[in-house]
Design a protein around this ligand. Structure first.
Ligand SMILES: Cc1cc2nc3c(=O)[nH]c(=O)nc-3n(C[C@H](O)[C@H](O)[C@H](O)COP(=O)(O)O)c2cc1C
Length: 214
């Protein structure tokens, strides 16, 4: 039998200061924005693998991997468009043609990743497992941006439609959390104003007592 004696981990050290790679990673987070004006190329091969790997760093209570991704690209996008069109018309036979055109445009996205749940029978509640799926999706969007591509998370009636879920292989209680549209940005979109921490973060001092962050 092999010796499985574990060695103690090195003592935790306070970081000495930001290093270049840490700052570069932060720059990725602080510069990402959504863009659905997309063209080829989309990430594939090793890049797509890296992007999907980023999901594995999402917080996941109990290590359940409670999410599942369905990659839609190439010729399968035509079948995806047909699926969304049929589902949309089944929900609303009177839908204006403009709405169907929007689906056709969505179906031309270079790469679509349907993010959905793969809920596990566990003491950890379904809501936590779904949140882990959302965190995985966010990691994917950040990885897409880090590699120089662009993306956007969209939902809408089709993402909530059980017929669409079933066709993508999500059976209840699992569901689609959203579609990530991915490709190369056709153009940079105007930068949006962003909230700053003072808008959404306070310091808690005790029950019902907070103060703005200094
Ligand atoms: C769960 C979820 C669903 C979304 N669905 C849509 C959508 O259907 N259509 C849309 O234009 N934006 C949708 N958004 C918002 C965009 O993904 C994006 O966050 C928004 O356009 C702001 O851009 P930003 O990411 O650069 O801040 C959704 C976001 C989330 C988190």
């Amino acid at each position: 039998m092999t010796d499985t004696k574990l060695t103690a981990p090195p003592p935790a050290q306070a970081p000495e200061g930001p290093d270049a790679s840490g700052l570069a990673a932060l720059e990725v987070l602080l510069s990402r924005s959504s863009n659905n004006m997309l063209m080829d190329p989309a990430p594939d091969g090793a890049n797509l693998n890296l992007i999907l790997q980023a999901a594995s760093r999402a917080p996941d209570h109990g290590r359940l991997t409670p999410w599942r991704f369905v990659v839609i690209r190439g010729g399968a996008r035509q079948a995806f468009t047909k699926l969304l069109r049929e589902a949309t018309l089944a929900r609303d036979p009177e839908i204006p043609p403009a709405a169907l055109n929007k689906i056709d445009r969505l179906g031309q996205t270079p790469l679509i990743i349907a993010i959905g749940t793969d809920l596990k029978d566990s003491a950890f509640p379904r809501s936590e497992q779904e949140l882990s799926g959302a965190a995985a999706a966010m990691n994917i969007l950040n990885a897409v941006h880090a590699l120089g591509y662009a993306g956007k998370w969209v939902t809408g009636g089709n993402s909530h439609d059980p017929a669409v879920h079933a066709a993508l292989g999500f059976t209840p209680p699992n569901r689609v959390l959203g579609f990530l549209l991915i490709g190369t940005a056709r153009m940079a979109l105007p930068e949006q104003d962003r909230p700053v921490p003072a808008d959404y973060a306070v310091e808690w001092l005790g029950p019902k007592e907070t103060r703005p962050l200094g």
